[in-house]
Every structure is written in C-alpha cells, then in structure tokens.
Design a protein around this ligand. Structure first.
Ligand code: AP5
Length: 226
C-alpha cells in the first residue's frame, strides 16, 4: 500500500495513520513528526525548519523532500507506507511522483480527509500529544484516562507550539493557499478520493479501510497491506 492522507491541519491525518499502523502494520510517515524530532534534536534540518513551523508556514520544499525521499528508501517501506502531511505543495507532489517512479513505484491512492474549519479549530486547540511515543489525544474528544498522562506508555502529554490560536489561523491560511491545489492535481491523476472526517475517529478509520478495500488497495477487511 502506498497512499497519501491529504487534509487540513487537524483533519485527523495523524490519528487515522496511527490506527492504520497499529492495526494493519502499515509504516506511518509523518513529515510533521520527523521535523519536530529534528527540531528537538537540534539537527541541521531542525535548525532550518523551526522558524517556519513556529510561524505556521511550510518548511521549504527542498528540505522536506530530502527528508521524505531518504525515509521512503529505507527497508521497512518496501511493503508500503501511509504518508501523513506530505506532499503539501505541487512541487512536493511532483518530486514524490518522480522519486517513486525512479524506484519503479507509484501511488495507489490519495485519501482526502474533509472537515469544516470550525471542527478543525476545535480539534487543534484541544490536542495533546505524548512526548515519548507520539500518541495523539484531545482534551474533550479523545481524553487520556489520567489527565496529562499517555495511556499507552505513561509519558507526559504536551500541547504543540503551533496549536496556539494565531498559529492555527496561519496554518489554515497556508493550507488554503499551498496545499488545496493538490486536490485538483490528484483529481487529474484519478487518484483522489474523499472521506467525511467530521465523524468520530473509529468511524473515520473504518471509512478509510472500507474505501481502501473497495479500491483493491487492501485485500479484505483489515487484511494484509498490499
Ligand atoms: P504536521 O504535524 O503535519 O501538522 P498538520 O498537517 O497541520 O496536521 P496536524 O498534525 O496538525 O493534524 P492532523 O490532521 O494530523 O490531525 P490529528 O490526527 O493530530 O505539520 C506541522 C508543521 O510542520 C507544518 O505547519 C509545517 O511547518 C511543517 N511541515 C510538515 N510537513 C511538511 C511538508 N510536507 N512541507 C512543508 N512543511 C511541512 O488530530 C487533531 C486533533 O483532533 C487531535 O487532538 C485528535 O485527538 C483529534 N481528532 C482527530 N480525529 C478526530 C475525530 N475523527 N473526531 C474527533 N477528534 C479527532
């Protein structure tokens, strides 16, 4: 399976991708998580990315494309992957297509998680994430059993720096301007399918699995990944 999860900030890409990784064994690649790790580790990529991320803007294409292409060439990606947060611009989509073609591969499907802006703002402003394992929670929609503590690993939950109201607004503006054109691009390629992601996480996950099954990307309900 080689799929892209498209969708606005807070649409639920990370939540669905983590469920797919846990339940289907698919490799989940989040450029946002990779960049946050690079920032925390103070690597050269992290130093370049930080100011863009803090401002709610996109990290330059050459930086992100380099990180992503290196990642998908690793052995664990041979059986496929779910891309979460990449591509986000037309040049990134073109670089992905070329990089995959050079490896003799192509995308199976682009799944666009569609939600309204009010839902997105509510989701982002209540999001909490585990510092240790990256699990995603929401103070109202998906609260942890113990406040501030990860159910899975006991790690501490934190609020992302870019989940402040002013940065959320900028990220949504960036999505409108730079990422929405991908819808047309992938419609033209016959690859984009939409999912109503305004429902709960389990229903959204199931709708994605049903879609991938109907499209032949998954062989059977929750079956082995192609
Ligand atoms: P990134 O980390 O990719 O952020 P994003 O795309 O803005 O997406 P989010 O992680 O905010 O949202 P999500 O859709 O994954 O939602 P989630 O599942 O967490 O990128 C961050 C930054 O890195 C960018 O701004 C940019 O600077 C840089 N970057 C990353 N990739 C880049 C690229 N390719 N090019 C350039 N720059 C790049 O859910 C959100 C909340 O809602 C959670 O609290 C969750 O619990 C809750 N929730 C989820 N689903 C549901 C549901 N169905 N019902 C109720 N609540 C739900």
């Amino acid at each position: 399976m080689k799929i892209v999860l498209l969708g606005a900030p807070g649409a639920g890409k990370g939540t669905v991708a983590k469920m797919m990784a846990e339940r289907l064994g698919v490799v989940h690649i989040s450029t946002g998580d990779m960049l946050r790790e690079a920032v925390a580790a103070g690597t050269p990529v992290g130093l370049k990315a930080k100011s863009y991320m803090d401002a709610g803007d996109l990290v330059p294409d050459d930086v992100v494309v380099g990180v992503l292409m290196e990642r998908i060439q690793k052995d664990d990606c041979k059986a496929g992957f779910v891309l979460d947060g990449f591509p986000r611009t037309v040049p990134q989509a073109e670089a992905l297509e070329k990089g995959l073609a050079d490896m003799g591969l192509s995308l199976d499907l682009v799944v666009d998680l569609v939600v309204g802006e009010e839902v997105v703002v509510q989701r982002l402003s209540g999001r909490r994430q585990c510092r240790d394992c990256g699990a995603i929670y929401h103070v109202q929609n998906m609260p942890p059993k113990v406040d501030g503590v990860c159910d899975r690993c006991g790690g501490r939950l934190y609020q992302r720096d870019d989940d402040k109201p002013e940065t959320i607004r900028e990220r949504l503006r960036t999505f409108e301007e730079k990422t929405k054109p991908l819808r047309e691009l992938y419609d033209g390629a016959g690859l984009r399918r939409t999912i109503d992601a305004s429902v709960g996480p389990e229903e959204t996950y199931q709708a994605v699995v049903d879609l991938l099954t109907a499209e032949g990307v998954l062989p059977g309900r929750e079956g082995a990944a192609r």
